[in-house]
Unconditional design. Structure first.
Lengths: 273, 295
């Protein structure tokens, strides 16, 4: 018994060492973001530069209006995530609990859209949105992301686990489909919502190509594109880049921490049979 | 106009179901079906939006691509990148999931959170972090390993460097999916195996691995599809270089479409990628035997 417990402690300790090695790049970036450039590029120094200043954080705001890009990304990614979760939940409900002609065919189409490379649709979409005069509007960013096949798939899996009797009972009480969805299905799907929130927010937050193509106005630009542009312009301002990159990962980590408890459960119902 | 339940005709037409399905179909028609048709049509044209050309050329774009050395080296790079990344993602992901699911291990939530961190951080950001990690002057990789490699500026090492970064970024996804899969495994099978005196290696290969088949298949397919489309880490870390040593098919398409504005050629390459992805996915399903596993 005692041996097993010691074995457990050793295994846990080993896993923590591996975990720390895994996140070393983040620690290194974070520490470096508080160091002056001369300290970062020092050849003779130790593994980590000495943190001593907040100047990098001040300079990224002055040099490329970091806060503006950050808020733009927050608004766009937040909005897109909300919309995608809502439409996925509705369609997941429709596909799992309602009958209509062509249901399985349509669901097959939904699933197969997951293997369509972005490269196929992006050129025509680019032409389409440019013709519609939607460049430099957030409409152009929100429109193409309103449906998530992955989301529909996850919700269909989890909602099919909700008992039909519950829904029938609500119908007998005179509740409409819309009402059943909002007051029964949606609250019972919180695990799936959490899992999808993490993924969708991340995908929208890191999306590069579409905002790069659609937004040319610097004031409206998103963070992922801004970071690359900043690197092109101030490629040797490592401190500034470290600071900007550190801040760029903060929101996704916060979203993850908020939803992580339900996250594994959400994935489990999604991938389970 | 009311039926026996007191619902008006309008409320029977504008149901949640009808509206949702209509929305989905219209959305697919506008943002998927039309663009796909347009991409196929565009692949047969000399299409350049800057010059304003859209002229029929038949299969000339395809002929040009299939005789282009860069296309074939990009395909080869893509195969290496996707293959190696997928294998490591699965091996590391499964290994860690098995360790993390062991009863003896404490602080599982914290550990899982730490291992998952690379996966939940934006790709553009971590591509930058690794670009500096691989810096020969102040980067951590050379400092820790004692190697003297200029990773991202060496034609031999640039692709391995991108693959290392990608594996680091992505193994957490496989870990989480495998953890979920392990949670769903039936307990009684393990108890029976233990009674029969099976050792842990036998249990892993005879029971755990086969039972995780659908999870593995899901990870392999989603990994291959996403790696065939990967370009962000390449755009940030090497821009295809040095030379053209890290061009992948999707980076090549990005380059043709939005740096050279050869929409026709890019569309033809995209069509090839599309067909390739489709065939690959079909093969994966056939190999696995039952396509029911995913639905």
């Amino acid at each position: 018994m005692k041996n097993r417990r010691i074995g457990g402690i050793i295994l846990t300790a080993l896993l923590f060492v591996v975990a720390l090695i895994t996140i070393v790049p983040f620690i290194w970036m974070f520490i470096s973001s508080f160091a002056p450039n001369s300290e970062i590029v020092k050849v003779t120094g130790g593994l980590f530069p000495k943190p001593s200043t907040l100047a990098n954080y001040v300079s990224i705001q002055e040099k490329f209006n970091f806060l503006r890009l950050f808020i733009n990304s927050l608004v766009v990614a937040g909005l897109k995530t909300g919309i995608a979760i809502y439409t996925s939940a509705v369609l997941g409900y429709v596909f799992s609990k309602m009958r209509f002609r062509g249901r399985n065919l349509l669901f097959g189409v939904v699933m197969s859209t997951m293997m369509i490379p972005w490269a196929v649709t992006i050129i025509p979409q680019y032409e389409m949105f440019t013709n519609w005069g939607l460049q430099d509007t957030y409409t152009s960013l929100v429109l193409p992301g309103m449906i998530s096949a992955f989301g529909i798939f996850l919700f269909r899996q989890s909602i099919s686990g909700i008992s039909d009797e519950l829904i029938e009972a609500a119908k007998l009480d005179g509740a409409s489909e819309t009402r059943i969805f909002h007051s029964i299905i949606l609250p019972m799907s919180h695990n799936t919502i959490a899992a999808l929130a993490i993924f969708t927010f991340l995908w929208n937050w890191e999306d590069y190509l579409w905002p790069f193509l659609m937004i040319t106005d610097e004031k409206k630009q998103l963070l992922a594109v801004g970071l690359k542009a900043f690197n092109g312009q101030y490629g040797t301002d490592y401190g500034g880049l470290f600071a900007a990159t550190s801040l760029a990962i903060v929101p996704v980590i916060i979203v993850y921490m908020i939803f992580q408890k339900q996250f594994i459960a959400g994935i489990a119902t999604g991938s389970g049979k | 106009m009311k039926n026996k339940n007191g619902e008006s005709l309008l409320s029977r037409i504008f149901t949640l179901r009808n509206m949702a399905v209509t929305f989905l179909v219209v959305y697919f028609a506008v943002f998927l079906a039309y663009p796909i048709i347009k991409a196929f049509a565009g692949s047969l044209h000399d299409w350049n939006p800057l010059v304003g050309t859209y002229d029929w050329v038949g299969f000339d774009n395809f002929k040009q691509i299939l005789t282009d050395k860069l296309f074939w080296s990009s395909m080869w790079n893509t195969a290496v990148f996707a293959g190696v990344s997928t294998v490591f993602r699965i091996v590391l992901g499964l290994g860690l999931a098995l360790l993390l699911s062991a009863k003896l291990v404490k602080c599982k939530d914290t550990l899982r959170g730490l291992f998952y961190m690379p996966t939940i951080t934006p790709l553009v950001a971590v591509s930058f972090v690794w670009m500096w990690m691989f810096d020969p002057q102040f980067g951590m990789v050379d400092k820790v390993t004692g190697l003297d490699i200029n990773w991202l500026h060496d034609t031999k090492w640039a692709m391995p460097a991108i693959i290392i970064m990608t594996i680091w970024k992505d193994f957490g996804y496989a870990t989480v999916l495998y953890l979920a899969g392990l949670m769903n495994l039936p307990r009684d099978v393990y108890e029976a195996a233990a009674i029969d005196g099976a050792n842990s290696v036998q249990i892993f290969f005879k029971i755990t691995l086969p039972l995780l088949k659908s999870t593995t298949l899901f990870i392999v397919i989603t990994s291959l599809i996403s790696y065939l489309q990967a370009y962000v880490q390449i755009l940030v870390m090497t821009e295809g270089g040095p030379g053209t040593s890290t061009y992948t098919i999707s980076y090549l398409i990005f380059d043709q479409a939005f740096q050279k504005y050869n929409f026709g050629v890019a569309s033809a390459q995209a069509v090839i990628l599309f067909l390739f992805t489709g065939v690959l996915t079909l093969i994966m399903f056939k190999i696995s035997g039952d396509s029911e596993d995913l639905a």
